[in-house]
Design a protein. Sequence first.
Length: 218
Amino acid sequence: MNSFLAFAFRMLTAFPLSVSVWLVSYFAFDQTFLLSGVYGVGTGLLTYWAGGVIQRHRFLKKHGLTRREYQYIKRNLDEAKRKLTRLHKAMFSIRHFPTLKQRMEFMRVTRRIYRLTRKEPKRFYQAEQFYFSHLDSAVELAEKYVFLSSQPKKTRELNQSLEETRRTLDALTHHVEEDLHRVIEEDIDQLNFEIDVAKNSIEKIKDSRIQDESRRLK
């Protein structure tokens, strides 16, 4: 649900109606200026509220969610947004050029999962492992790596820990890619189904043309 567009739509509906009620009350029904204003504002607020209720109802119905389910998902997505901000900040702070491409890909995949889930909240259930496990691990590892790498004196043990952290983040990248695949798995299956249907249609058209050609030759 695009909050800005939803807000703009409700305002564009409520404001003109509020002004209309004020004008009608003042000029047509000889109400006082103040009382007409109260009627107008009250109508605008009521329209704005009703518009929000209708939009939420349509959104939940479209995505097959109950109000409680959506609140649960939204709460987790809001928390995940804060974690992603921390993760991306830490990733950008890592000064290890050989892993730059890997880190950029990792951030791209995490953003993709979040945006898909934000747009279609029901996908959250396919991404639970990402939100409840892999994202937390990534944030903790990245922030710890930044902290350790900022130490002025690097011991052999510290360098080994940094190397192990880089390897773990690399492994985690593959898990997050699998999380993305799970999120879009139904879309892939649907696409493959449509491809099969299209191929069958093409084969039928070819067979029909061959049969028509055979009849003409006879």
